[in-house]
Design a binder for this molecule. Structure first.
Ligand SMILES: [Zn+2]
Ligand SMILES: [Zn+2]
Length: 218
């Protein structure tokens, strides 16, 4: 029997040693605590992560599998905190990559096997959720409860993908450190830009998110 496609709770009941440590209720409680509130996004993010991790054979993301995962998130919304909390991946460890696509989706990569799945929240899951608990008046609360019990296939589309990971994006020591020829600040991990023989940081090359404020000191 393939235990990978089963919900973690079912695995535990069968006492299968290869089964996941991912317990839905426990993970949801933890992610709501870290995020600051329980919301539909936490439920979706926790379930998205459990599904993604089990599809790539990651059973113990914060324990023995912790060096085998990288996760790409495509949104900076509630669910992102849940993905971080369940997977243990983080920006600081370079195991969480933020792709600013504005999509409710995440890709889970097993570094050992190269397997990767992209899990996308289905847009019609909101409507389906509404049919589950018509007796709950508050739409938000109804959605939250429905997301807990809906089938994976009602909530998500899952696709096998291949992810090309560049050496400069991997955890470990920085590959290179170079000084920007314009501002003098240091740039790590090959994020510099070459312009006419000069090495520039991205802001100096014109793609900065800030502009310095020049104060009049007279
Ligand atoms: Zn939230
Ligand atoms: Zn610069």
């Amino acid at each position: 029997m393939n235990t990978m496609n089963k919900r973690p709770a079912e695995c535990h009941r069968e006492g299968n040693m290869r089964c996941s440590t991912l317990d839905f209720e426990q993970l949801l409680g933890e992610s709501a605590r870290i995020h600051g509130h329980l919301c539909p996004g936490q439920v979706l993010g926790v379930r998205m992560s459990i599904l993604g991790l089990s599809r790539i054979g990651i059973l113990d993301p914060k324990g023995r599998d912790r060096k085998s995962i990288i996760v790409f998130v495509e949104m900076d919304r509630c669910a992102t905190d849940a993905v971080q909390s369940v997977t243990g991946c983080s920006l600081g460890r370079r195991t969480l990559k933020f792709m600013d696509y504005g999509k409710m989706a995440a890709t889970f990569v097993n570094l050992k096997t190269g397997e990767a799945v992209r899990v996308v929240a289905r847009d019609d899951s909101r409507e389906t959720a509404g049919e589950y608990f018509p007796e709950i008046e508050n739409r938000h609360a109804a959605q939250l409860e429905a997301y807990k019990v809906m089938q994976d296939r009602e909530l998500f589309d899952v696709m096998d993908v291949r992810v090309r990971l560049k050496p400069e994006d991997m955890p470990g020591s920085p590959l290179r450190r170079i000084r920007c020829d314009s501002c003098g600040e240091y740039v790590q991990d090959l994020r510099e830009v070459e312009r006419n023989g000069r090495f520039l940081c991205r802001p100096c090359a014109g793609s900065g998110y800030y502009v310095p404020v020049v104060r009049d000191i007279s």
